[in-house]
Design a protein around this ligand. Structure first.
Ligand SMILES: NC(=O)c1ccc[n+]([C@@H]2O[C@H](COP(=O)([O-])OP(=O)(O)OC[C@H]3O[C@@H](n4cnc5c(N)ncnc54)[C@H](OP(=O)(O)O)[C@@H]3O)[C@@H](O)[C@H]2O)c1
Length: 350
């Protein structure tokens, strides 16, 4: 098959860049042209990503060696791409940014949550938010895409049907997120040092998590005044993300109404599965079996006694949360079958 879309990755030595590369190297319509790294320039990509040994002979290059390509993926830490974008945007027709810089539409909201002024505010309106399930029609013609953050991705997908179909009240939505270590990227720190990280259940961000802004921005497309509170806890897991979302159902809501809402939003979505079983150990979503996949599993439980609806969402933070999300968006941007290159079903047992 002809590999006719030429792509390059900036920041390719990181975890998100590595996952992009793993997927893109097997994508039938893509040719990976260049991958940049400052630390590894001149060395094989497998130096940073050992799983790619004997799979790719690509050599990391420096950013100033970038050639023109069709699509550029930016896999840089948050706050970097807004400074680079004007310099590199002539290198590609289309750009997909995996970081946080272009997710929020409003520069003041960005300044509030990221505690700095935006460096390219004029470009904010040109970016389409990367969640295919919400923005499929805009993605078809998008030039620039900002991928959602991983907590935002799984929280938005889990909540959307409940908000859209008026199943829950708009306030007191508590998102309890269990995070893995790869979400922090590949730069070591004291808190990622093995004796300090191993075995932890550590409150990372009990309130005011930045992804609250993205979640509220996107859910506002379906209902005004949605307010969420995200509590993030890091646990003993390398990949994966689970959100347990506590909500208040509107009066009279039944389990049937909730099934109906999820089925009507996601019945034909290729990467969303409703997981709610009466028996077995995998009755609700679990990130472990989603490792390396682009799936988002969603489940729920309604307690009439407690007047509470708990919705549960799971993803691989580097899959649907980042690289898988980006490739699904790319497939739509280039008129390909959305599932191309993303059909790995995961492993069991793992
Ligand atoms: N990790 C996740 O689960 C996850 C989930 C959702 C979204 N994301 C987003 O994806 C992006 C990348 O995340 P990541 O986890 O892959 O981070 P990472 O592991 O820290 O990788 C980022 C890479 O960028 C390069 N880099 C760092 N500072 C740079 C600079 N000033 N200029 C040029 N290159 C620089 C580094 O490579 P060299 O030093 O070799 O150049 C590094 O390997 C972030 O914006 C993050 O928000 C990540």
């Amino acid at each position: 098959m002809k590999r006719n879309i030429s792509v390059s990755i900036i920041g390719g030595s990181g975890y998100a860049g590595g996952e992009l590369l793993r997927l893109l190297l097997f994508h039938p319509n893509v040719k990976v042209l260049q991958v940049t790294s400052r630390q590894f320039a001149g060395q094989l990509v497998s130096r940073a990503h050992p799983n790619l040994r004997k799979i790719s002979n690509l050599i990391f290059c420096k950013q100033d060696e970038l050639l023109k390509c069709d699509l550029l993926f930016l896999a840089l830490p948050n706050g970097i791409s807004m400074g680079y974008i004007k310099e590199i945007k002539n290198k590609a027709e289309k750009i997909i940014d995996l970081g946080a810089d272009f997710r929020l539409k409003d520069k003041n909201t960005f300044a509030t949550w990221y505690k700095k002024q935006h460096e390219a505010p004029d470009l904010l309106p040109e970016f389409t938010y990367g969640i295919a399930e919400l923005h499929r029609s805009e993605l078809k013609n998008a030039k620039y895409v900002a991928c959602a953050g991983c907590e935002a991705m799984v929280s938005i997908l889990t909540l959307l049907p409940l908000v859209k179909h008026k199943i829950i009240e708009s306030k007191n939505i508590i998102i309890d997120a269990k995070m893995s270590s790869s979400q922090g990227g590949n730069t070591p720190s004291m808190s990622s040092h093995h004796p300090e990280r191993h075995g932890v259940v550590r409150s990372y961000k009990p309130v005011d998590h930045r992804h609250s802004a993205e979640i509220e921005q996107e859910l506002a497309l379906y209902s005004k005044n949605i307010q969420v509170s995200v509590t993030a806890t890091t646990i003993e897991m390398v990949r994966g993300l689970l959100v347990t979302i506590h909500t208040q159902p509107r009066p009279g809501i039944t389990e049937k109404d909730i099934w109906k809402a999820y089925r009507s939003c996601y019945g034909s979505e290729p990467f969303i599965r409703i997981v709610k079983e009466a028996e077995g150990i995998y009755r609700y979503p679990e990130p472990k079996i989603l490792t390396g996949t682009n799936y988002c599993d969603i489940g729920f439980v309604l307690s009439t006694r407690e007047s509470r609806l708990v919705a549960i969402g799971a993803i691989d933070n580097l899959g649907k949360g980042t690289a898988g999300q980006a490739i699904q968006a790319m497939n739509i941007m280039y008129g390909l079958d959305e599932k191309t290159g993303l059909e790995f079903p995961g492993l069991h047992p793992i």
